[in-house]
Design a protein around this ligand. Structure first.
Ligand code: FAD
Ligand code: NAP
Length: 312
C-alpha cells in the first residue's frame, strides 16, 4: 500500500533533519527516508568546531542532537533506499524505495554528496584492507603506524590532523604545492610535527601483499620522479560528487548532477525542493545545509497553503 505524507524528505543529514524540523513544527506530516543511519556526513566527521552554539562537538553527537530536535514535533524517520521519483500529476510525487512506495505533494531532496574515488590500481582491491575514506571510522586500525592522506582540501587536512593523534606519521600527498583547505586547518597541519607534506605528487598505484596495503607508488609531476612509499593505510579525500542518481529522470540538475534551485530551494518542478550538499552551491557545510533546510521546511508549508487556496 502506498503511504502518504504532506512532506517527504530524502536524506536525514543536517539539511534533511532541519527541513523535517521546520515542516513538522508547521504541523505537517513529515517522513525522513534514509538508506543509512540519520546524521549523514556528520557521522564521518571527528570534531566539528564551526557549528555555532558548540565550541567543539563530535560529529555523531551533533547528529544525535539534530535528530532529537527534528523528531520532537512528530517528524518520522524510516529506513529507505530511494530508487526513483515519478511526478504523477500537477501535485503528487511517487517515491519508490527498495521495499516501499510513498506519495507526497512536497518532496525535499537532501541526499548530499559522496566521496570521489582516486581511480588507481589497488584502490578497489584493498578497500577496507588499508584503503579508507573515513578517518573517524578506521583511524584506530592504524594506531602507531604510518598512513598516507591524499588531497589538499578541508577534508584531507582536517582528517589528516585528526589521524596524527593516533598514528605514527601522516604523509599528505597533494597534486599541487598549495592547499585548498581553510587557513586555520592548514596552520594546524603545518604546526603538527607528525604531519609531512609530499607536494606536486600523485598516487599512481596502491600496492599490497594480497591481504593488506603495504605502500603507495608516487609520481612527482614537477621532477618526473617515480618512487614508492611504505604505508599501512591510505585515506582518500579527493572531493565529492552529488548523490542524485535516483532523480536523473527529472529535469532539475546540471550536467554533473548537482541540483539547481532558486533561493527558496525550489527546483524547476513545483513542490520539489533540494537542499544541502546535493545542490549546486558555493559552500558545502553543516551550517549551509541547515540554512537550506530551514528555508525548504518553511517553503513546504507555504507551497501546501498555496495548493489549498487554489482548490478553494
Ligand atoms: P549529508 O550529510 O551528506 O546527508 C545526506 C544523507 O542522504 C545521508 O544520510 C545519505 O545516507 C542519504 N541518502 C543519499 N542518497 C539516498 C537515497 N537514494 N535514499 C535514501 N537516503 C539517501 N562541514 C562543516 O560544517 N564542518 C565540518 O567540520 C565538516 N567536516 C567534514 C568532514 C568530512 C570528512 C566531510 C566529508 C565533510 C565535512 N563537512 C563539514 C561537510 C558537511 O558534513 C556537509 O556539508 C553536510 O553534512 C551536508 O549535509 P547534507 O544534509 O546536505 O548531506
Ligand atoms: P574539495 O574541497 O573538492 O578538495 C578536494 C581535494 O582533492 C583538492 O585539494 C583537489 O586538488 C584534490 N583532488 C581532486 N581530485 C584529485 C585526484 N584525482 N587526485 C589527487 N587529488 C585530487 O573536497 P573536500 O576536501 O572533500 O571538501 C568537500 C566539501 O566539504 C567542501 O565544501 C569543504 O569546505 C567541506 N568540508 C568542510 C570542513 C570544515 O569546514 N571543517 C571539513 C571538511 C570538508 P586541487 O586542490 O588541486 O583541486
Amino acid at each position: 500500500m502506498v503511504k502518504k505524507y504532506d512532506v517527504i524528505v530524502i536524506g536525514a543529514g543536517p539539511g534533511g533533519m532541519t527541513a523535517a524540523l521546520y515542516a513538522s513544527r508547521a504541523n505537517l506530516s513529515v517522513l525522513m527516508l534514509d538508506r543509512g543511519i540519520y546524521g549523514g556526513q556528520m557521522n564521518n566527521t571527528a570534531e566539528v568546531e564551526n557549528y555555532p552554539g558548540f565550541r567543539s562537538i563530535l560529529g555523531p553527537d551533533l547528529a544525535q542532537q539534530m535528530y532529537d530536535s527534528a523528531t520532537q514535533f512528530g517528524a518520522q524517520y524510516a529506513y529507505g533506499n530511494v530508487e526513483s521519483v515519478t511526478v504523477l500529476d500537477d501535485q503528487s510525487k511517487l517515491i519508490k524505495t527498495d521495499s516501499d512506495e510513498f506519495q507526497t505533494d512536497v518532496l525535499i531532496i537532501a541526499t548530499g554528496s559522496q566521496y570521489r574515488k582516486l581511480g588507481v590500481v589497488g584502490e578497489e582491491e584493498y578497500s577496507g584492507r588499508g584503503v579508507s575514506y573515513c578517518a573517524v571510522c578506521d583511524g584506530a586500525f592504524f594506531k602507531d603506524k604510518p598512513v598516507v592522506v591524499v588531497g589538499g582540501g578541508d577534508s584531507a587536512i582536517e582528517e589528516g590532523t585528526y589521524l596524527a593523534q593516533l598514528v605514527s606519521k601522516v604523509n599528505v600527498v597533494h597534486r599541487r604545492d598549495k592547499l585548498r583547505a581553510q587557513k586555520i586547518l592548514q596552520d594546524r597541519a603545518f604546526a603538527n610535527e607528525k604531519v609531512n607534506f609530499i607536494w606536486d605528487s600523485e598516487v599512481t598505484e596502491i600496492v599490497g601483499d594480497g591481504q593488506k596495503v603495504t605502500g603507495v607508488k608516487l609520481h612527482n609531476k614537477k621532477t618526473g620522479e617515480d618512487s614508492e612509499l611504505a604505508t599501512d593505510g591510505i585515506f582518500i579525500y579527493v572531493g565529492s560528487e552529488p548523490m542524485s542518481a535516483p532523480f536523473k529522470n527529472l529535469p532539475i540538475m546540471d550536467e554533473k548532477g548537482w541540483i539547481l534551485t532558486d533561493e527558496k530551494m525550489q527546483t524547476s518542478i513545483p513542490g520539489i525542493f533540494a537542499i544541502g550538499d546535493v545542490r549546486k552551491k558555493e559552500l558545502r557545510q553543516i551550517t549551509t545545509a541547515v540554512g537550506d533546510g530551514g528555508i525548504a521546511g518553511q517553503e513546504s508549508f507555504n507551497y501546501l497553503e498555496m495548493l489549498k487556496d487554489k482548490q478553494r
